[in-house]
Design a protein around this ligand. Structure first.
Ligand code: NI
Ligand code: MN
Length: 226
């Protein structure tokens, strides 16, 4: 299984048979100017919540690729208004078997509002089971005790967690989140994009290694084996 980081909280997981794109926000990101959005392939787009820094490029990528969007029910009206109908709506606690594998939606403690100011639903995280592996993407969230439930649902191969602080968990809390979730390998996201979430990478890495967890911080555009 391969993960490509596209900056901020946008990444693509290639299961070998399907390409799953998460939270497409690329072109407004000054650090991701070298990423060619028109070359990104996707079979599914998973949207954790409705903030602009997670969906800025969703509509054009979904239209070009024909990818099915997986998101909260309350967001589907906005997608329809923007011409997207290939949508599968889910809500927190629910799981569904897709052709690539299973997705289970988890609690995320955050906020959510669509770019036009309309209601953006409760933010979610996802556990994805595919190609004999499982991983957890928490979405934007603070540390929550609900994460202690994750080992009851999956033996994670890796987790994707925000580490930028200010809007989400910082590295210390994210390392604790990894222990709650039972992940020993973490891909850190949601950092460095804006001034308030600039991090010290060495300190962030230490917060994880102190707990025996590997933190991967791929370059934007880099693909790592997971
Ligand atoms: Ni957000
Ligand atoms: Mn965000």
């Amino acid at each position: 299984m391969q993960l490509t980081f596209f900056g901020h909280a946008c990444f693509l997981v290639d299961t070998g048979s399907h390409k799953l794109l998460f939270d497409p926000f690329i072109s407004p990101n000054e650090l991701a100017k070298h990423i060619k959005i028109d070359n990104i392939e996707a079979d599914f787009i998973l949207l954790s919540h409705a903030h602009g820094d997670h969906l800025a490029n969703l509509i054009p990528i979904a239209k070009r690729t024909g990818a099915k969007v997986i998101c909260a029910p309350d967001i589907s009206g906005w997608l329809a208004k923007n011409g997207l109908s290939n949508v599968h709506v889910m809500n927190i606690g629910g799981a569904f078997d897709f052709d690539f594998g299973k997705v289970k939606c988890t609690v995320a403690h955050h906020s959510s509002m669509l770019p036009d100011g309309s209601y953006g639903a409760n933010p979610m995280g996802f556990i994805v089971y595919a190609a004999g592996k499982s991983f957890y993407y928490s979405g934007d969230t603070g540390l929550t005790l609900d994460m202690q439930l994750i080992p009851k649902w999956a033996k994670l191969d890796f987790a994707v967690l925000p580490i930028g602080d200010n809007f989400t968990m910082g590295a210390e809390d994210a390392a604790l989140a990894a222990t709650f979730a039972g992940a020993t390998k973490v891909i850190g996201v949601h950092y460095d994009t804006f001034g308030w979430i600039k991090i010290d990478k060495a300190a962030a890495t230490k917060a994880f290694t102190d707990k025996g967890i590997e933190l991967l911080l791929p370059d934007i555009g880099e693909t790592v084996e997971v």
